[in-house]
Design a protein around this ligand. Sequence first.
Ligand SMILES: *Cc1c(COP(=O)(O)O)cnc(C)c1O
Length: 381
Amino acid sequence: MQPVNIPFNKPYMTGRELWYIAQAHANGHLAGDGAFTKKCHSWLEKRTGADTALLTHSCTAALEIAALLIDIKPGDEIIMPSYTFVSTANAFVLRGGVPVFVDIRPDTLNINEGLIEQAITPRTKAIVPVHYAGVPCEMDVIMDIAHRHNLFVIEDAAQGIMSTYNGKPLGSIGHFGCLSFHETKNIISGEGGALLVNDESLALRAEIIREKGTNRSQFFRGQVDKYTWCDVGSSYLPGELIAAFLWAQMEAADEITTKRLDIWNKYHASFVGLEQRGLVRRPIVPDNATHNAHMYYLLLSDLATRTRFIEFLKEKKISSVFHYVPLHSAPAGLRLGRFNEALTITDAMSEKLVRLPLWIGLEEYQDEVIKTIYSFFEDAK
Ligand SMILES: *Cc1c(COP(=O)(O)O)cnc(C)c1O
C-alpha cells in the first residue's frame, strides 16, 4: 500500500462555518461590523479581558493599526526579535520606523527580555514581544521596562490565542495585542486577525483608524448624527462572511485547544527518549504559562542534520518545515533594520528548528510520524 501523504497543516473546520455564512447571507448585511462581527468582538473581549477587540483582515493589519496609533514617525525605533514573521517588522517599516533586533532566549525562543534595556535609545518608541509558538514572553519584566522608559508594548500574539501568562490571556497585557486567524493558526477564518486595545483611552482612535479615518462606528451607535473624516486611517475591517466563519471557530475554541494539546502532549512524551540521548531538544514551556499547542518543534543538532531530517520525512510522505530566516539576515532587514550585538542564539536556533505536522485529524497518523522520526535517528547511527 502507498503510504498516505501527511501534510504539515490541514485547516480544521467545525462543521458550522457554512451554516453561519448562510445566516449572514440571509441577514443581508455583508459589509463589516454586522451581527457576526459583534459576536466575535464580545467573545474576544470576554475571553481576553481586552477593553476593546476589533476584527481586522489579518494580524498584519492589526499591527499596522497599532503603528498608526502610536504615531510612528520616520526614524522611530521599535525593539523586537529577529526570529519572527516579516509582518512584525513591516507594519512599522511602512511608517518609516526602524526595527531594532534583539536576540532570543535559548529556552522559549522568545525575545530575551534581559537584552531589551541596552537596546533603548532616545528614538525608541515601542517594544514588540512575539509569543513564539503560543508560549509567552516574560511580560512582567517587559512591562516594567516599558513603564520606566515610557514605551508602548504591542504584543504580536498572532500565535497566542488561548494561551496565558501568569493567568493573563496573551494579547491582553501590553497596550495592544495583535491576533491572527490565518488558516495556519489555531482559530481560523482563512485570512483574518484582531486588534486588542487594552487601554480605554486609545480605543476610540483605534476604531476610527480601522474605519478609513472616520467616526462611522460612533455614528452606528447613535453617538454622533453624521460621520466624517476625523483622522488618518484605512479600510481594515473584514466583511460579515468572514466573521460568520470565524464565529463557528470561536464557539469551538476550547475544543480545538484541547484536541491540539492532546497531539502536542503525545509528541512531547514520545520524544523524551530522543532528548535523553541528546539527539533532539524539545520545546520548553515556563511554569507561569499555559499554552495553546500552536506548534510542535524539535531542535536538532545542526543544519546538516535538519536538512537530512526533512528530506527523510519527505521520502516517507511526511511534511515537516523550518522557519524563519532571521529578519536581521534577510535582504530587507539588512537595509531597513538595525542590531547592536551578534544575534547568536537567533542564528543558531533558526538552523536547528524543525516543525512537525500538528492539525486536528493527525491523531490517526501520529504514531506513524513518531515511528518515522525514531527510525531517522536509528538509521543515522
Ligand atoms: C502569522 C503571523 C503573523 C501574520 O499574521 P497574518 O494574519 O497572516 O497577517 C505575524 N506575526 C507572527 C508571529 C505570525 O506567526
